[in-house]
Design a protein around this ligand. Structure first.
Ligand code: KOT
Length: 835
């Protein structure tokens, strides 16, 4: 057949390019108001204007997106796929305008129509399909892949409800409300009802006699996976990648059998159970609950994604043994590990390959990133549940395990404990499948997310596997962040100052972040320091204004801004921070007014969500809120110390908070925070860190100089022994740390309302103290005192701030994604329009 159909010149003359001209932009926005929204100039509000502007930008993105996909298809390069259950994207409009280099034109166009672009940006809801660092990392990696012209797609789930909205009750309790983020329409996605796959659950699997590992899986429930595509524009490039999110639907509108039997409710119920799969993001960070629906989400998503990847590969007309030359699949933590037995199932049962050949392909396609060594986060699925939902996969896992353990036995004869540790099956009632072990043996390479963490992976949870496979299978890719969103977008004034000072266009330094090094020499320039400090000040005022308008509090912008924003978790030690605040408050109370006058005022900000079932984390929020209530109202001290818990932390709130911070806290117990990524965002924006020797804090200090980071606390090698001491030779807090004991007693004594309420929280420290708050408290207080001293010398502080930003080049997610492309996936950039 002849393509294009009809008259080719009619097609060609009507194909549009990206419109950069203000006249065309207003025309397209008005057109969307009239036709897409069916509204008029006379009743258009900000939301409507946002939607029309977004649709117009989307048209421009689509031109590039189409061209990119066609280009990739024609060039047929190796592609990589990033499988993540979470993509914490935040808002899109501003990011798209900046990446497309259309912001100033849209600003003018929107102005001509009587609106302000800044107002319209605020109308957009966050796409919050993630919990925290792991999901935001996936979003940064998509931005970098597109910006580096790499042929990478993301695959995830299109949850109807993102991470819950956090409300704080008057008593200080966290309440959760649903996040129906799709209610206002989502202009950034393209429904692809033509792209869909059937995914099976339950049923029976029968091994074939003489089948060489093959079987037939039938019956059960079939659910439809429908694709929604989200465009990912690169920065100053035409490359626009794709994030494909799956939605679950009943295969038919209703179950015909139940319907015919007169069981109307039953029929509708089964269609509900299909739709339920992608209804909600699980709001647990670092914990696994063994919920059936979560397992179904994981299989639904990996099965649909693999079917799609294989179909695209087959269109190349290559033989299946070339699959690893054309496909690399990155597993974002163990959540997509079922992709390993699923690919085995397809190769064995559908492609008729023999076991060894299939396993060879599988182990060359997958790559696995571990994000945490915390035991409660390591996924395990009960064998009975697996057998019920995925009978064929359970057989395959047993087969993989048998063959693997035979190889281990051969290498380490008679070492039964080793076999038990390395087995894919953990003995117990019930037996459980260890997903990290499966991900490890089924992948080409495994990496951690910062140097220390990667070492810990190799010496603790995967030690036996390093001994078996050799160390070269294991590596490190230190996390990164996209400087587009986390500097240019969130801190436009600083971005402008950097460009004008370096005399380099931002399109250059934003894609080669080491260029920031050029700022070092300007740290000695008084005028530059003044401009730098003035921008920080205006960012603090911007935050204060935001808080004033949303919460009604007046924040003291002459104070030092001290920020801790992250998920609430005992290992992240928000407790250490709030107890430190109480300690400072008690100190202030003990001073004379004259002594207080010498104190540098400080405002402490917290934000973060607690998992809905995490009692201690929720109690920590309650304590923070009630300490804030008391100290913000104390006339003696409130000019010197105040405290805010900002509800409903999100990507867009982070974009206002981070540029405003003077100092931020990254204070996990050593060895527990795999990397951290907000630490990088703060430093990129000229904020300094107070932190433990943990995760990426260590590498940040290596880059920016230890003199610019406030370290404290015990080191990783000491932690194990301290924990042992806590259990076997406990010392009461009053002896171990009197300053801390005093703080705890004030809380128990009711200084912040009914002391009894906080006993379960306070007792985690008094007894056991697994996260070593007692051991690190004095050192923490000293570090904060050093921060205060350093801040007194404002000129020196600003120098530190400049030198910090200047040395953050390493932490661009462009560097990280190039590491993956070169050292793991073997992928080349495929720039659109360059040949
Ligand atoms: C684990 C289980 C479920 C949901 C999330 C996790 C998780 C999140 N594990 N690690 N993370 C964080 O990942 C970030 C990105 O690599 C790290 O910076 C951070 O330190 C991890 O805690």
């Amino acid at each position: 057949e002849k393509w294009p159909r009809g008259d080719e010149t009619v097609w060609k003359t009507n194909m549009r390019g990206v419109d950069a001209d203000v006249g065309n932009i207003t025309k397209s926005v008005v057109n969307h108001v009239q036709t897409s929204l069916a509204r008029q100039a006379y009743n258009l509000d900000n939301l409507g204007a946002y939607q029309a502007a977004a649709l117009s930008v989307r048209d421009n993105m689509l031109v590039n997106w189409n061209e990119t996909q066609l280009h990739y298809t024609r060039k047929a390069p190796k592609r990589a796929y990033y499988l993540s259950l979470e993509f914490l994207m935040g808002r899109t409009l501003d990011n798209a305008l900046l990446n497309l280099d259309l912001k100033s034109q849209y600003k003018d166009g929107i102005n001509q129509l009587g609106f302000s672009l800044e107002d319209l940006l605020e109308e957009e809801r966050d796409a919050a399909l993630g919990n925290g660092g792991l999901g935001r990392l996936a979003a940064c990696y998509l931005d970098s892949s597109a910006s580096q012209d790499l042929p990478v797609w993301g695959y995830g789930l299109r949850y109807k409800y993102g991470i819950f909205q956090q409300l704080i009750s008057p008593e200080g309790n966290q309440l959760e409300a649903p996040d129906p983020w799709l209610d206002n329409q989502n202009p950034w996605e393209l429904p692809r009802i033509d792209v869909n796959y059937e995914v099976r659950f339950y049923g029976q699997s029968e091994r074939l006699p003489e089948g060489h590992g093959r079987a037939i899986w039938t019956g059960g429930q079939e659910v439809l996976a429908v694709a929604y595509d989200v465009m990912i524009p690169g920065c100053h490039t035409r490359n626009t990648n794709n994030l494909r999110l799956w939605e679950s639907k009943p295969k038919r509108g209703f179950d015909l059998n139940s319907f015919n039997a007169g069981n109307y409710e039953g029929a509708v119920e089964s269609s509900n159970s299909a739709a339920a799969i992608t209804s909600v993001l699980y709001p647990n960070d670092h914990t696994t609950f063994g919920k059936e629906l979560r397992l179904k989400q994981q299989y639904f998503w990996t099965a649909a994604s693999l079917a799609d990847i294989i179909r695209r590969f087959k269109n190349l007309g290559k033989s299946i043994n070339e699959f690893p030359d054309y496909v690399a699949i990155q597993l974002n933590d163990t959540h997509p590990t079922l992709a390993i037995p699923e690919l085995m199932r397809i190769l064995l049962d559908e492609e008729d390959l023999d076991w060894n050949f299939a396993w060879q392909i599988v182990t060359n396609v997958f790559f696995f990133t571990n994000h945490t060594v915390l035991p409660e986060a390591l996924e395990k699925w009960p064998v009975p549940l697996m057998e019920h939902i995925l009978p064929r996969h359970m057989q395959i896992i047993y087969d993989i395990n048998m063959i693997f353990l035979q190889a281990v036995e051969k290498k380490f004869p008679g070492d039964r404990e080793r076999l038990a540790r390395m087995s894919l099956i953990e003995e117990g009632f019930p037996k459980q499948v260890r997903m990290a072990n499966l991900a490890c043996i089924g992948s080409r390479r495994i990496n951690g997310v910062a140097e220390l963490h990667s070492q810990l992976v190799q010496t603790t949870i995967l030690k036996d596997f390093v001994e078996f496979f050799g160390v070269s299978k294991f590596g490190n890719v230190t996390n990164g962040i996209t400087p587009r969103r986390w500097l240019d977008q969130c801190n436009p004034e600083l971005s402008k100052l950097i460009s004008s000072t370096l005399k380099i266009d931002k399109s250059v330094w934003l894609k080669d972040l080491y260029k920031l090094k050029g700022l070092v020499k300007f740290a000695e320039d008084k005028g530059f320091r003044a401009e730098w400090a003035a921008i920080k000040q205006r960012n603090k005022e911007r935050l204060a204004h935001h808080i004033e308008t949303t919460l009604g509090f007046t924040v003291n912008t002459n104070a030092m801004f001290d920020v801790q924003i992250k998920r609430l978790h005992e290992y992240k030690r928000q407790t250490l921070n709030i107890l430190g605040v109480v300690h400072r408050y008690l100190e202030l109370k003990a001073m004379t007014p004259a002594q207080r006058k010498k104190i540098n005022p400080k405002v402490v900000f917290f934000a973060g969500k607690a998992a809905p079932a995490y009692y201690i984390a929720k109690l920590t929020i309650r304590l923070i809120v009630n300490v804030a209530r008391v100290i913000n109202a104390d006339p003696e001290t409130k000019d010197y110390l105040s405290l805010y818990f900002l509800p409903d932390y999100s990507v867009s709130l982070a974009e206002v908070l981070i540029p405003a911070s003077d100092i931020s806290q990254h204070i996990s117990t050593a060895g527990t925070e795999a990397s951290g990524t907000s630490n990088m965002k703060f430093c990129l924006n000229g904020g300094l860190l107070v932190g433990t020797v943990d995760g990426a804090n260590i590498e940040i200090a290596e880059e920016v100089g230890e003199e610019n980071v406030f370290f404290f606390g015990h080191l990783t090698p000491a932690v194990e022994d301290l924990r042992y001491q806590h259990v076997y030779h406990p010392v009461p807090v009053d002896e171990a740390c009197p300053a801390l004991a005093n703080v705890l007693n004030q809380i128990s004594g009711g200084l912040f309302g009914d002391g009894g309420v906080y006993e379960p929280l306070v007792n985690t420290i008094r007894q056991g103290d697994y996260y070593l708050v007692t051991d690190d408290f004095d050192s923490y207080i000293r570090a904060l005192a050093m921060v205060d001293d350093a801040y007194m010398d404002r000129d020196e502080w600003v120098k530190k701030s400049i030198n910090t930003t200047a040395n953050m080049g390493k932490f661009s997610s462009d560097r990280a994604i190039m590491d993956y492309a070169q050292e793991y996936w073997n992928l080349e950039p495929i720039p659109v329009g360059k040949d």
